[in-house]
Design a protein around this ligand. Sequence first.
Ligand SMILES: *Cc1c(COP(=O)(O)O)cnc(C)c1O
Length: 372
Amino acid sequence: MPRPIEALIHVDAVRHNLTRARAQSPDSRVWAVVKANAYGHGIERVFDALRGADGFALLDLAEAERLRALGWRGPIVLLEGCFEPRDLETCSRLNIAHVVHCEQQIDWLAAHKTHQPHHVFLKVNSGMNRLGFTGAAVRGAWARLNALPQVEEISLITHFSDADADRFGKNGIAHQMAAFNAATHDLPGERCLANSAATLRHLAEAGVRADWIRAGILLYGSSPDFPEHTAEQWGLQPAMTLRSKLIATQNLQPGDSVGYGSLFVAEQPMRIGVVACGYADGYPRVAPTGTPILVDGVRTRTVGRVSMDMLEVDLTPVPQAGIGSEVTLWGHGPQGSLLSIDEVARSAGTLGYELMCAVAPRVPVQVAGEPA
Ligand SMILES: *Cc1c(COP(=O)(O)O)cnc(C)c1O
């Protein structure tokens, strides 16, 4: 028998979450963001659930080729654009739109021989200061692109750094919207604006016109602004369950410690369970004692340090648990129980994004509802 750990992908939840994105912004077209192998869920697994999107956004040409191989003929956009000139040939061949965020990418386009003019997304740096042309440089870049026979359509794209919270006295996206509008107000072209957090929190605000939104994390059922809002409060359903089983139990006496570094010491007699899941499966090693976890659908806590292949749990609230009991690291447990990936991530000092992307290749993945 293989190790009992597995990830389950809930494709119906992905379908539902796409519907949520649409309902949030009925007049926008929706890019389903499927970078990083659909945030760890598997492009091939979620493709059918996301067919209702208007296009797919990703970073890697190999992932774009996988979408074309699945039969997707609609729009695809590369969110970081091309990494070298010959990527443009693949874009021409597969009809892939791409971001243009720097002068060099325009140079490559100008030198590119194509029979199929490209749809480009001119990236405006409205304050994130990662990629894109600053306000003063946007018009020059637009004019250069507009003069190229290789370019058929120029859309405008920007990305928000603080759509999930109001920080530094700034109101979410307002300062970036002002910078974007100032740089682009008299340029034609579609506007591609909002990530999940902006889609859920800011699209109704004045001055925000999004012809396209870019839905990422919300499709996978994690809340972009947890703990201010839970996924449930946003009407999102978790798309991934990570589950395993107990492979041993131990009875501890006061003073007994658990695992490497003896980080947890029992204060009274207690029973613990040993779970077949560790950091080599993608569970965060930094998750401290007290990280929430379900055993037989009952909420309890981890104890001691997460090791490569195992972690330990307090069985006090689940006295009936034993070898073979089901353990839910996150997602759906037995009897309708649920543990949000966002809660686990928060305990480990990270985000649901990182946990879902980090599930290791050695973990078998099943589509929920499909026979094993
Ligand atoms: C990843 C990404 C998104 C999606 O962000 P979420 O927070 O997951 O919705 C949107 N736009 C760009 C440019 C991205 O890189």
